[in-house]
Design a protein around this ligand. Structure first.
Ligand code: FES
Length: 110
């Protein structure tokens, strides 16, 4: 069976505390690197479908720049209003210098 993972970035291009926006088959994702951890979430705020890649990281959270909701990168859960619905999270892995993303299904049953 083919691996669902797709190479989306070079690890060296995503410094710790940063993220990159990537696209797979026309869908946008945000791949974040925080210390030893890597995260992938859909690049879409659950409040008003605004790109989260316009926002910023605050530790293991991403903050939407439109109305300020922050989301846990691991669970996708919103940490404050106005967003009240999780964003989709995806499996991500690093192999050598490649960051791999599995875009096939959210890990948080979104
Ligand atoms: S669009 Fe993100 S908090 Fe409103």
């Amino acid at each position: 069976m083919d691996s669902p993972f797709v190479a989306v970035a070079r690890a060296a291009d995503v410094p710790s505390g940063g993220f990159v926006k990537v696209e797979v088959a026309g869908r946008a994702f945000l791949v974040a690197h925080v210390g030893e951890h890597w995260y992938a979430v859909e690049d879409l705020c659950s409040h008003e479908d605004f790109p989260l890649s316009y926002g910023c990281l605050e530790g293991e959270r991403v903050k939407c720049s439109l109305h300020g909701s922050r989301f846990d990168l691991k669970t996708g859960r919103p940490l404050e209003e106005p967003a009240d619905t999780p964003i989709a999270t995806y499996r991500v892995a690093v192999a050598g210098d490649l960051v791999l993303l599995d875009p096939t299904a959210p890990t948080n049953a979104h």
